[in-house]
Design a protein around this ligand. Sequence first.
Ligand code: GUN
Ligand code: ZN
Length: 423
Amino acid sequence: MELLLGQVLGFDGDHTAPRIDEGLVLDAGRIVAVGSADRLRRDFPQARVTDHGRALISAGFVDAHVHYAQTAIIASWGKRLIDWLNTYTFPEEMRFADPAYAADVASRYFDLTLANGTTTVCSYATIHPESVDAFFAEAQARGLRAFAGKTCMDRNAPDGLRDTVQSAYDDSKRLLEKWHGRDRLSYVITPRFSPTSTPEQLEALGALWREYSDCLMQTHLSEQTDEIAWVKELFPQSRDYLDTYEAQGLLREGAVFGHAIHLTEREKARLREAGASLVHCPTSNTFIGSGLFDMGLAQTLRVGLATDTGGGSSFSMLRTMAAAYEIGQLRGNPIHPSQLWWLATQGSARALRAEHQIGNIAVGMEADLVVVDLASTPAIEQATRRADDIWQAVFPTIMMGDDRAIKAVYVGGTLSSGCRSAG
Ligand code: GUN
Ligand code: ZN
């Protein structure tokens, strides 16, 4: 049993109801109490005390859309989506046929995300079943709650990076039965996006999803205008991009659509009716030049936040919050720091339908935590000196912070190694 002291940030409901407490108590991987330091010391006299001083203690970050297999090609220059996939992404993903390479990248990937305070990710693997095994084996060894699935593609991808209707179904099913619900792991049915799946493959994955209806399904939607025009050519019978999924049983609660920037009114209405989730990937949307996500959609839809590594340009959810803020500004919507933080924790957890387990500091939640130094660099430290409320104190770290701000990370109540300092 451990008592952590600091500025403990939780939310009672949504981002309009943030709460700051002085401490929390961890036991057997869960948060068992939250409150004032005096009360917690009195009620839990046997607890070991770790005092994090003025640091912010938050739920660990939840990154709702990543491609762990793109770790090595992050920050590749000069291309837009389809060219970027063909030039950088597909050749790199080809290497994951080698299980040793997949294991090496999975380990490096989790080192990087944990150093950035991210305790749960939802990842695309590659078409290779071995890449899913490598991801889950590494997440399991580290005790992480993690989501992933085999990326399915049966057309418009190079030789060596295509499956078929049948193998996509069979491999996904086998991996799902192997990993889903094991420890803290969840399998996600994962067609890459409509341009790389035939309608028959989408239909087979829709059938699989009906068989395992408690899983999530993730894919990409309306990221770039060129991509949308291509989808129109490939699916002349479809009403719009969303319809290419909807027609195959891939639109309902538990569907998680990455990007979703250039949506029609019909698509927005259907996403709402279906109870689907969207994921905002701001550093990716600027880096690949995709467009400006409408955060107003978060009023009526589950919206999460994500790095989209390696289309995104950072592993850090702090950098991702900063990019979301800047995109909000470009759209005339300055997003409050409370909402930015909420999106990176509980918002993403809600998008993954895991909000009862992760993404918040409250009694009963799993103890995945990040301890954030709010004065991690001289520039940030001097900007916080005149702060007279918590959000003025946090916002410079959101806008200028990175892995140097991450003092400690707890996974399932255990201090994770590899952070800058644990004290
Ligand atoms: N659309 C289809 N595949 C991808 C991918 O790997 N990254 C991004 N950003 N968009 C995609
Ligand atoms: Zn993506």
